[in-house]
Design a protein around this ligand. Structure first.
Ligand SMILES: Cc1cc2nc3c(=O)[nH]c(=O)nc-3n(C[C@H](O)[C@H](O)[C@H](O)COP(=O)(O)OP(=O)(O)OC[C@H]3O[C@@H](n4cnc5c(N)ncnc54)[C@H](O)[C@@H]3O)c2cc1C
Length: 404
């Protein structure tokens, strides 16, 4: 194997490159980034970039500039791949050139979903996936600005929190009364959602029907189902998930079903092609994991597959999210839990919910309790039987439960 081409340069792509070199791959690695500049990390976009704590793109670079030379990774920026010919190992680029590779890793991520309603494309409507989008939005978050955030998932909630901290008047709109319940369980989801109101955000439950702008008006009006008065806003932020960037894979005939379908070593339905990160979904897994840690782990698994090694053992999926100075963390799949139990005091705002299936821990979600999550990760991985009583007893050291 002489050359591996990686399409996209997010965290999953760079993790793939790192793991390939660590695994001893000595051939060429060509990293094709559709964006300009040094590849950057996305989680800070809705945190330190939006608050203004980080003002340069290099401040969120995934790797320093000299890493590419040290790792012998040929980074091509502004290199958009427009088509693939997997049987021949050919990548066609937007500039008309072609590249041939023995193996191709698709790490194309996704794009923010837009709001499919009249006015959803008004210039006041923003999404948040890229550095440029973060810059445009940041400029709008000035004290007193009225910001309507549509979608109270992870990115919508983080944006609402930052906008509030910056002195904006924020309205958060979501059709679900308590968003994220399926992901973190009702107790954590309820506490998170209640926090918005406590911080001064107006929370509206309802679906957005349309966004209107009167001729010459600076502001827009967001119409929510069942509400006679539209919500006035200077800026609208839409945080309703992503569309995985599967177009290349589909056109190349790979199996795509809510993401490019891959096996445990991130192999697609074509032997030359791998897929990692937000764009990939593991066969048998009902969801695509659109989280940083999953993207990083996917890169390691792909490198192992490419080098003919067994993919490293993968723990339960983990994510974090920051809002109002608190950290939410989740591990495992709450959807698999038959029962949830609480450790800590919900009223204090810092507590953990464990999801049990029989006597086995399958998930945990916590607000500001990182040690509980660390222990939960190990308990889930080891599949040791645990009792709800011991999990919830503050006198029990969670680490002690690992002994069974
Ligand atoms: C604002 C924001 C905040 C987040 N916060 C958190 C968080 O707190 N915790 C957490 O766990 N996760 C968070 N995430 C999710 C996490 O960042 C993603 O899961 C991760 O970035 C996915 O990495 P990736 O490599 O799959 O794709 P991406 O980071 O999306 O990178 C894909 C790259 O591929 C490029 N590309 C696409 N098509 C082509 C093509 N045809 N040719 C060339 N290049 C192409 C794109 O331009 C892009 O640069 C956040 C995401 C966002 C957007």
């Amino acid at each position: 194997m002489k050359r591996i081409a990686v399409v996209g340069a997010g965290v999953s792509a760079l993790s793939t490159c790192d793991a390939l070199r660590e695994g001893g791959f000595d051939g060429e690695i060509v990293l094709l980034s559709g964006e300009d500049g040094l590849p950057y990390d996305r989680p800070p976009l809705s945190k330190d970039v939006l608050t203004g704590a980080v003002t340069t793109r290099d401040g969120i670079a995934l790797r320093p500039a000299d890493w590419y030379e040290q790792r012998r990774v040929e980074l091509r920026t502004g290199a958009v791949v427009t088509a693939l010919r997997p049987d021949e190992g050919v990548l066609e680029l937007a500039d008309g050139t072609e590249l041939t590779a023995d193996r191709i890793v698709l790490a194309t991520g996704g794009t923010a979903r837009t709001l499919p309603v009249p006015g959803g494309d008004d210039p006041a409507v923003h999404t948040l996936r890229t550095w440029d989008e973060a810059q445009r939005l940041r400029a709008r978050l000035v004290p007193g600005a009225r910001i309507a955030v549509i979608g109270a998932g992870l990115i919508g909630a983080e944006t609402a929190a930052v906008a509030t901290a910056l002195g904006c008047a924020v309205t958060l709109i979501d059709p679900v009364p308590v968003p994220l319940t399926a992901v973190v369980g009702p107790e954590v989801a309820g506490a998170l959602h209640a926090r918005h109101r406590a911080e001064g955000v107006e929370v509206i439950t309802g679906g957005v029907e349309r966004i209107d702008r009167a001729p010459g008006a600076e502001e827009v009006a967001v119409t929510v189902t069942g509400r006679p008065e539209a919500v006035g806003a200077d800026t609208v932020v839409v945080g309703i998930g992503i569309r995985p960037a599967t177009a290349l894979a589909e056109a190349a005939g790979l199996t795509v079903d809510n993401g490019i379908v891959v096996d445990a070593a991130q192999r697609t339905s074509h032997p030359r092609m791998y897929a990692v990160g937000d764009v990939a979904r593991r066969a048998g897994d009902p969801v695509r994991h659109e989280h940083w840690d999953a993207a990083q782990n996917g890169g390691r698994a792909a490198a192992a597959g490419l080098l003919g090694a067994a993919p490293p053992a993968r723990g339960a999926s983990w994510f974090w999210s920051d809002r109002y100075g608190s950290r939410l963390e989740g591990v495992g799949s709450m959807a698999d839990a038959e029962e949830t139990v609480v450790r800590g005091d919900i009223a204090s705002g810092a507590f953990t919910v464990f999801g049990l299936r029989g006597s086995v821990l399958v998930a945990a979600a916590a607000i500001d309790r990182p040690r509980d999550i660390k222990a939960a990760q190990r308990l889930i991985a080891r599949v040791v039987p645990v009792s709800a009583d011991r999990l919830t007893d503050p006198a029990t050291e969670l680490r002690a439960l690992l002994r069974g």
